[in-house]
Structures are given as C-alpha cells and as structure tokens.
Design a protein around this ligand. Structure first.
Ligand code: SAM
Length: 243
C-alpha cells in the first residue's frame, strides 16, 4: 500500500503500526481529507500529548503560540499561585499546558459533555489536576480569577472555512453569531468584573477581528490591551490587562 500524498512519512509510519490490516480504508479516508490527527488519535501540544477525536477541535500551532505568550505574561505579572479559568476548553490542551508551566489552580469550562469527557482523560494522561465544569461559558462565573483565557468559537456563520475542517471538526467549536464576535463580547461584558487586579484576559482571535474587538473594548472602557501576531504576521491574539 503506497502512502497517500497528503501524509508525512512519520504519520504514515504511525498509521501503519496502528492499523496494519486497514491501510486501504485509511488511505481512502486520507485521500478524502479526513484529518490525520483523528486517525492517529493524538497530537503534541507544547510538551503534552493530547488525545483527539471527533468530539473536539484539533489543537492548532497558533494555539501553542497563544499559550506560550500567556505563560510569559503570567510570569511577569504574577508572583504567587494564581487562579485561571479556561473558557471552551475542548480537548483541554490550553489548561493542561498552563498547569504544567504555572503555579496555578485551573477551572476548565465547556458546554460539550463529550469534550469534557475527553479533556478529563487528557488531564489524567498528563498527570495534572484540573477542575472541569460542564456549563455555558457566558453564564456567571462562580468566583474571581487572575487569568481568564479563551479560544472560543469565532468563525462567522457565513465566513470562509476549509472544507476539511467544516466536514470533520465539531461545529460547536467553530461558529459564533455576530460575525464571529459573539463570545468575545459576552465574555468581556459578563466576566470582566470577575477579573482580579492585577489580572489578564487572554483571547485567541480570528484574522481581521481586531477592529471590531477594539469597539467592544471601547464600550467597556478597557484602556490597557495589546494585540499580537502569529508566526505568519496575522493579528491573532488579544491580551487585556486589568491594572
Ligand atoms: C475553538 S474550540 C477551542 C478548544 C480548545 N480550547 C483549543 O484551543 O483547542 C471552542 C470550544 O468552545 C466550546 N464551546 C462552544 N460554545 C460554548 C459555550 N457556549 N460554552 C462553553 N463552551 C462552548 C466548544 O465545545 C469547543 O470545545
């Protein structure tokens, strides 16, 4: 069986070991753009192994950079143990990486019971303690936090999306009302009052959303914030500082 063109040698080797008798079926799936990560069953995220399947969004490289930037800010801002909430935790990748690199307690929220189940498995696999909560991220938070972090769904209902993503990854993880801005607006409106001083609100954002986000911040009288770019130079992160 020849390796399909869209798969790396390393991934093909892993698939041959995992599915020695099903390589024909696997090739057909891959040629039809089924995500290789779901077939392999896990991805590397910073220094963690994260199990993935169709219940959760596949963690992205941009999100690794997002978490690294958040860790750097946190190390500068906070001197003692901190409380973090991760809104829309999915596979748990963000929470798991933060827990390994910061002295913190973490609550991780997701509306999907299926995602929470997998995220719990991932926390166990990575030997970290995280409190998972199955609820809507826009509902009132039970306590105050030093960091509120989120990579929420941010694709506009009529926005561009790769066919491979649209056909395979959970739509609940992708789309948001109000041109993709719904969750940013709700999180800022509802949860800014739950951010300690000093405090950090960290968002992964969609390409070209910064101008609209500035309006939301203006309405909420947020003065200190910074947009940052990903490795391709696109504005993909927003950090809000409560000082
Ligand atoms: C873009 S994914 C991010 C997943 C993961 N944090 C990551 O960065 O790979 C967004 C996540 O938000 C969850 N979600 C969507 N709507 C939600 C809501 N109203 N309340 C809580 N979680 C929600 C989805 O189930 C999904 O896991």
């Amino acid at each position: 069986m020849n390796k399909p063109k869209n798969v790396t040698d390393t991934d093909w080797q892993l698939l041959k070991e995992k599915y020695p008798n099903k390589l024909n079926d696997i090739s057909v799936l891959l040629e039809n753009d089924y995500p290789v990560q779901y077939l392999i069953g896990n991805v590397e995220f910073i220094d963690s192994i994260i199990k993935v399947d169709k219940r959760v969004l596949i963690p992205r490289f941009e999100t690794e950079l997002f978490v690294e930037k958040t860790i750097n800010y946190a190390k500068k801002i906070f001197k003692n143990k901190i409380n973090i909430v991760d809104l829309g935790t999915g596979s748990g990748c963000i929470s798991i990486a933060l827990k390994k690199h910061l002295d913190c307690n973490i609550d991780a929220i997701d509306i999907s019971k299926d995602a929470i189940k997998l995220a719990k498995e991932n926390a166990k696999l990575n030997k970290v303690k995280i409190d998972f909560i199955n609820k809507n991220m826009i509902d009132e938070l039970d306590k105050n936090y030093d960091i509120i972090i989120s990579n929420p769904p941010y694709i506009a209902k009529d926005g561009y999306i790769e066919k491979k993503v649209l056909e395979n990854e959970p739509h609940i993880a992708l789309f948001a009302e109000n041109n993709g801005l719904y969750y940013y607006e709700k999180i800022i409106n509802n949860h800014l009052k739950k951010l300690n001083k000093p405090g950090l609100m960290a968002f992964e954002i969609g390409d070209n959303q910064n101008k609209e986000l500035e309006k939301i911040m203006f309405k909420n009288k947020i003065k200190k914030y910074k947009f940052e770019v990903d490795l391709t130079g696109r504005i993909r992160y927003l950090f809000i500082f409560n000082e």
